[in-house]
Design a protein around this ligand. Structure first.
Ligand code: NAD
Length: 494
């Protein structure tokens, strides 16, 4: 196993990092900073600027100037070549990028590496999309006299706001389509995890990204984030985060009627039918929640299991959970890393109290994980709750921690109705060896993604997003390009 301790210290030694506006590395106008601490042990990694309204304004002006200036002259082939150069630079810096993410937000290094691999695919996928943008010639009511055609134009300045739970993939899934379409970006990373996003900006600058095309303003959500969402110079907001913040952003965007797309929270169901391949389903159903300590939007946190196999299946998931290794994400054998912050840890602890109080039974876990090597961080045992009913808070609300609520079901109509009885609609999982059953369930579940006999798959070429209060808009696939493009109709009287 690789020891990354020395590399970690070399990467972040408690010094200061600057944010990135108009190609310059700068501090907040206020001079204020935010501490970036390692959630595994509390050590100070670095300080970053606490950007505010004036910094956001400068970044938006830089993005506007670039959008209307030199960047607008770049051909699709030049933008494609830039994305491919960035992908190559990412490969060279891969180890440091993944280590940075693990240190900054706690994700176990093995998962950071596996998860973020698809970022290279994203950069190369959008490089291909850059040269595939085209309009249409449309037959109209005046054949031979008047021609009508459409052209696709970049939407303009994009404000991107992302959460802390997957900074590499989260930021590239906003920046790459913007570069592909010819938009410019002001990105505000989470105050909980800004460091890797700053590293990404540096790599892009070194790869030849022109000034102003990407600007990073580090800062708090209620200050820098709110200023970006409200700003009249922003044409579109692309947001990933909680449903409550998404609602605030949609409201803030009404001032200039900027377009908005929202990737929000979830309470995703995983349905295990009685004909499921139990051997294969157990680890997948467990990791549908425990990956990244449950801090993923698509966490399959409601585990519906056919009553005939419920007890055995849930016991096996609990055994699997009990065997997971909890620790510092830097170690390659860690399965469960820390929770991002004291605030999130308090929230999870609240649900671990509420579950049993409302009548759930703790089958495994149910408490914080303690130990000398866990001191200074917030760690939780992977938890499986049984005897859960649909009305309990642990079955209704997004916990964003390593907690599975197991719920038995009797028939398919019933489980579809219960699975869909949530305000969310981000993802769902189905386990069945019967093709017809799997197919019917996949169609009837109200979710942006349904995985059958698997979970978690996300690919640059396949659209991802939510329905209902999990948001609107799609990332990935050709649909994603639509989010960054406008259509103009041109009429020509020949
Ligand atoms: P959050 O909503 O608290 O914060 C997300 C981002 O919004 C941060 O950068 C934050 O600074 C900013 N923000 C906060 N208040 C703001 C405001 N008033 N105006 C503008 N920006 C503001 O979410 P989080 O705690 O960072 O992340 C966890 C949430 O994100 C979970 O609900 C999770 O489900 C969701 N999420 C969704 C997806 C998805 O693709 N659907 C992916 C990852 C996370």
């Amino acid at each position: 196993m690789k020891d990354r301790s020395a590399a970690a210290t070399a990467l972040y030694d408690g010094g200061h990092r600057r944010m990135f506006i108009d190609g310059n590395w700068c501090d907040a106008r206020s001079g204020e900073t935010i501490e970036a601490r390692n959630p595994a042990d509390g050590t100070l990694l670095a300080t970053v600027p606490k950007g505010g309204r004036a910094d956001v304004d400068a970044a938006v002006k830089a993005a506007r100037a670039a959008f209307e200036g030199p960047w607008s002259k770049w051909t699709p082939f030049e933008r494609q070549a830039l994305l491919l150069r960035i992908a190559d630079r990412f490969e060279e810096e891969w180890e440091n990028l993944c280590l940075s993410d693990t240190l900054d937000m706690g994700m176990p290094i093995q998962r950071t590496i596996a998860n973020s691999r698809r970022v290279l695919g994203m950069l190369r996928f959008y490089a291909g999309q850059a040269v595939a943008i085209h309009g249409a010639t449309i037959p109209n009511s005046f054949p031979g006299e008047i021609y009508s055609q459409t052209v696709r134009e970049p939407i303009g300045v994009v404000g991107a706001i992302i959460p802390w739970n997957a900074p590499i993939a989260g930021s590239i899934w906003k920046i790459a389509p913007a570069i592909a379409t010819g938009c410019t970006v002001v990105l505000k990373p989470s105050e909980e995890a800004s460091l890797t996003v700053l590293m990404i900006a540096r790599i892009m600058q070194e790869a030849g990204l022109p000034d102003g095309v990407l600007n990073i303003v580090t800062g708090m959500g209620f200050e820098a984030g709110a200023a970006l969402a409200e700003h009249d110079g922003v044409d579109k907001i692309v947001f990933t985060g909680s449903t409550a913040t998404g609602q605030a952003i949609a409201r803030a965007a009404t001032g200039n009627l900027k377009r908005v797309s929202l990737e929000l929270g979830g309470k995703s169901p995983v349905i295990v039918c009685r004909d499921a391949d139990i051997e294969k389903a157990v680890p997948v159903a467990a990791m549908a929640v425990f990956a990244n300590s449950g801090q993923i939007c698509i966490a399959g946190s409601r585990l519906f299991v056919a009553r005939e196999i419920h007890d055995e299946f849930v016991r096996r998931v609990a055994d699997y959970a009990a065997g997971l290794r909890i620790g510092h994400g830097i170690h390659e054998d860690t399965d469960i890393g820390p929770i991002i912050s004291a605030r999130q840890a308090k929230r999870i602890a609240g649900y671990l109290d509420a579950g049993p109080r409302e009548g759930a039974e703790v089958i495994t876990g149910g408490a914080r994980a303690e130990g000398p090597e866990l001191a200074g961080g917030h760690f939780f045992q992977p938890t499986v709750l049984g005897g859960v009913t649909d009305d309990m808070s642990v079955a209704r609300e997004e916990i964003f921690g390593p907690v599975i609520s197991a719920l038995p079901f009797d028939d398919l109509d019933e489980v579809v109705a219960r699975a869909n009885a949530t305000p969310y609609g981000l993802a769902a999982g189905v386990f069945s060896t019967h093709l017809g059953t799997a197919h019917k369930l996949a169609h009837r579940l109200k979710a942006g993604s349904v995985w059958v006999n698997m979970y978690h798959a996300i690919d640059p070429a396949v659209p991802f997003g939510g329905v209902k209060m999990s948001g609107y808009g799609r990332e990935g696939g050709t649909e994603h390009m639509e989010e960054y493009l406008d259509t103009k109709a041109i009429w020509i009287n020949a």
